[in-house]
Design a protein around this ligand. Structure first.
Ligand SMILES: Nc1ncnc2c1ncn2[C@@H]1O[C@H](COP(=O)(O)OP(=O)(O)O)[C@@H](O)[C@H]1O
Ligand SMILES: [Mg+2]
Length: 341
């Protein structure tokens, strides 16, 4: 199977060949678009629904990294780990169950669909619908998983490689941003060193509102998705990654600044209550780098204009220069900039 043949129809054929879709069932499939690095298709038949994910093997990787397509198995393993922890902890959130996983040469996983109607949290947030309760659950989920996996040797071994994290996060966000901002490059390089030297727990690696679906059919249940960059590393990367999205929106949609700032606060408070460590200072340092990276890195936020971008740069650089070491101080800088817009 080549990458170009993995159409929605190929996803149905794959599930039929695996005996997941019965031979007599009438199945339909559509592409969910997904990110730039995967084919993601939704296959439905009878009352069943699965999401089928297959990585595109086109990310720039070195020769001795055989396995860009292995990301999908990393993802399946991380989903299982999250699922087991969340089941035990009784948190009001879900990850999809892995229904089938196929190795060489296919490298495909099929996972349970979130309920119809579950929508991307990012879309709600961009519309100005800021549900701080979702932020709190999403913070609790992260804290519970970080805390539980920190003492799990099997998880440490399974997710030991930081290579995908380095290629997909440190390089495009951190190193590129340092090159483009020589005035704060030293502080960014300090943060890169700290990040790569910290190996403490299972890090999601893409913990953003784009990868949270919110099901509001029975109560409010966030579904957490997209684990391909999961690795054993620095928990402050995840806290900072999520807070960065909330603070960027608090400046972009400055008329509703307080709602986003409150959601950020609820996220952090819930996280902090669930873990046995204090990573506030590390979170602030990484948050500053990621905020600058979302303006000057290889993957800038698509919705900010020039004025907002400059405000984000000022918050990030003041923090990198030492004006803010606590989240309260960081929030103060963001509030100042939002008020001036
Ligand atoms: N289990 C699922 N149920 C419903 N929708 C899903 C599911 N998994 C993924 N999606 C949808 O497909 C999109 C892309 O999937 P994702 O795993 O995030 O892939 P990518 O790595 O390409 O971003 C998600 O943003 C979400 O909208
Ligand atoms: Mg995604």
């Amino acid at each position: 199977m080549t990458e170009s043949t993995f159409t929605p129809e190929a996803a149905i054929a794959h599930l039929r060949a695996r005996g997941v879709v019965p031979p007599d069932a009438d199945a339909t499939a559509r592409s969910l678009g997904g990110g730039v690095s995967n084919h993601v298709h939704q296959v439905t038949w009878d009352d069943d629904c699965l999401v089928v994910k297959r990585p595109l093997p086109n990310l720039a990787v070195d020769d001795d990294w055989p396995a860009d397509v292995d990301r999908v198995h990393n993802e399946a393993a991380a989903i299982r780990t999250y699922g087991a922890v969340l089941d035990d902890a009784g948190v009001a959130a879900r990850v999809p169950r892995v229904v089938s996983e196929t190795g060489d040469p296919d490298h495909v996983v099929a996972i349970e669909c979130a309920p119809d109607g579950a929508g991307m949290w990012k879309a709600e947030l961009l519309d100005g619908r800021v549900d701080a309760g979702v932020a709190a659950v999403v913070g609790e989920v992260l804290g519970v998983v970080h805390d539980a996996t920190a003492t799990d040797d099997a998880v440490r071994e399974r997710f030991a490689s930081k290579r995908p994290f380095d290629q997909l996060r440190v390089d495009p966000y951190h190193r590129t941003t340092a090159e483009r901002n020589p005035d704060v490059a030293d502080a960014i390089h300090d943060e890169i060193r700290r990040l790569l030297d910290t190996s403490r727990t299972l890090v999601h690696g893409d913990y953003s509102p784009k990868n949270v679906l919110v099901d509001r059919a029975n109560g409010t249940t966030p579904w957490i998705l997209d684990f391909e960059v999961a690795h054993w590393g620095d928990p402050a990367f995840d806290t900072a990654f999520m807070l960065n999205h909330l603070y960027i929106k608090s400046i972009h949609n400055h008329a509703q600044h307080d709602a986003y700032a409150d959601a950020a606060d609820r996220f952090w408070t819930a996280y902090d209550a669930a873990v046995g460590w204090d990573i506030e200072r590390e979170t602030v340092a990484e948050l500053a780098v990621l905020m600058l990276a979302r303006v000057d890195g290889k993957s800038p936020v698509e919705y900010v204009d020039g004025t907002v971008a400059n405000a984000l740069r000022r918050v990030a650089k003041r923090t990198l220069r030492g004006d803010a070491e606590t989240l309260a101080a960081f929030a103060g800088l963001a509030r100042e900039e939002a008020a001036a817009l």
